[in-house]
Design a protein around this ligand. Structure first.
Ligand code: PFF
Length: 448
């Protein structure tokens, strides 16, 4: 950190607020606004929501604190962070797994984010205004089958992401998050108000909020817990990386709590925007799957007054949310290349971004365009978006709880705030509750 050139390449957050907004921006993305409602719809409504909340605060927050402490203590990317605290051990591989996972998640995440760019355009131009449900479905199917259209959108999204990461920590990421996150929040509130005032909204509300415990089984619990990790950006080292740009003045504990609360709140609002509206249109069901947003929502927007306007707002919001998350995934790889390979930011961002674009091509083409690649997106999402994240979070909790040590981590957590009153509780959670819960989930995954 002593060499000024190196400090310039890595960078620091300009303010505490900028840091919190950037982490909130990383956490809130397609995971909250597209994946969360889809999972709730497929996995029992309110019961899923309840497990998700518990998982977020009981397992997610402790792991986030562990990642923040690791990042700020070491001021390093995930690989360097593990290595510097446990030199000459195999722990660097845990960070390496994170970098690889970030690379692959972003490759398909960018494809779906590209769809949101297309739908922003469709909504802004009003080309589905007044269209029949059949036309709306056919439009989506034709779009994802058109190789040039999906590749162009994927490329466009990656280029925007690279542009922002090229700007560095303060000028690029922090400034983008400061402007984009409040806009996103405002747009979502607008959609919730619209949705809640539609006829039939109460049926959707009770599906969403009334837990039916009969629907709770091990698969639902498992999906809710992995959704919590995905949504909080845990398990690939994104939070380690963002924490590494923090100065010792900053209070990590209240940041983690603020971020987790906002992440949960945005997902919750997304559900509030979607389910009441969904139930207000006859013939639509909540278990529509991944097509929910792209196939079903345009129908809803067409069926409500000012639907065009709300549709455009919604897809802009989704694209913005995806962008601030994608930035954090690319930053993991860029930080690794800067710290470990000695590259400059420009070279790292362009090279990593290009590799990610290429890796995403099979996911982009595997939805009807090229039969050979069929199912790639789902496969990558399941293995890397589900499994690898959970393994990553397990390794973080084992490392911090048993190798680096709770005492050292607490010392880091107390810098910038004074006593961490829940230190014993946190130590217990990170040493026992998190690893055991995650191990149970992994065993279930392997069995199922
Ligand atoms: N948390 C993001 C979302 O909910 O869309 C996805 C994500 C971002 C996962 C960054 C992992 C990560 F490191």
């Amino acid at each position: 950190m002593s060499a000024p050139a190196e400090a310039n390449q890595r960078g620091y957050w300009g303010s505490g607020l900028g840091f919190v907004l950037a982490v909130v921006g990383s956490a809130i993305g397609l995971g909250n606004i597209w994946r969360f409602p889809t999972e709730v719809g497929e996995n029992g409504g309110g019961a899923f929501v309840l497990v998700y909340v518990i998982a977020t605060f009981l397992i997610g927050v402790p792991v986030m604190l562990a990642e923040l402490a690791l990042g700020r203590k070491t001021q390093r990317n995930p690989v360097g962070a593990f290595r510097s605290l446990a030199p000459k051990s195999g722990w660097g591989l845990a960070g390496g797994l994170g970098v690889l996972t970030g690379l692959i998640i972003l490759s398909f995440y960018s494809v779906v984010a590209g769809w949101t760019l297309k739908y922003t355009w469709i909504a802004v131009t009003g080309s589905l205004h007044g269209a029949t449900p059949e036309t709306i479905s056919a439009t989506f199917t034709n779009f994802i089958r058109d190789p040039w259209a999906v590749l162009t959108c994927h490329l466009l999204f990656m280029v925007i992401t690279i542009r922002i990461v090229l700007g560095g920590v303060q000028r690029g990421i922090e400034r983008a998050a400061k402007i984009l996150m409040p806009v996103l929040f405002g747009l979502l509130l607008l959609l919730v108000v619209r949705s809640l005032t539609l006829p039939g909204a109460s049926e959707g509300l009770s599906f969403y909020l009334k837990p039916d415990f009969g629907k709770l089984d091990s698969v639902v619990v498992l999906k809710a817990v992995s959704q919590a990790f995905f949504s909080l950006s845990l398990g690939i080292g994104a939070i380690i990386t963002y924490g590494s740009y923090l100065s010792p003045k900053h209070d990590l504990v209240s940041s983690a709590l603020t971020v987790s609360f906002f992440d949960f709140f945005i997902a919750f609002l997304a559900g509030l925007a979607i389910f009441p509206a969904l139930f207000s249109v006859p013939g639509l069901t909540p278990d529509a799957g991944p097509g929910l947003i792209f196939v079903v929502l345009p129908n809803i927007f067409n069926a409500i007054p000012l639907g065009n306007l709300f549709g455009a707002a919604f897809f802009i919001l989704l694209a913005i949310a995806a962008l601030t998350s994608a930035i954090s995934m690319l930053e993991v790889v860029v930080a690794f290349a800067i710290d470990e390979l000695g590259w400059n930011r420009r070279r790292a961002a362009i090279a990593a971004g290009s590799v990610i674009f290429l890796l995403g091509i099979p996911s982009a083409l595997g939805n009807g365009a090229v039969p050979f690649f069929s199912g790639t997106l789902e496969f990558a999402n399941q293995i890397f978006g589900g499994m690898a994240l959970v393994v990553g979070a397990l390794l973080v909790s084992l490392f911090v709880g048993w190798k680096w040590g709770v005492g050292n981590a607490v010392e880091e957590l107390e810098r910038g705030r004074g006593t961490f009153r829940l230190r014993t509780v946190w130590g217990f959670l990170i040493r026992f509750v998190c690893p055991l819960a995650i191990l149970t989930i992994l065993l279930q995954l392997l069995r199922g």
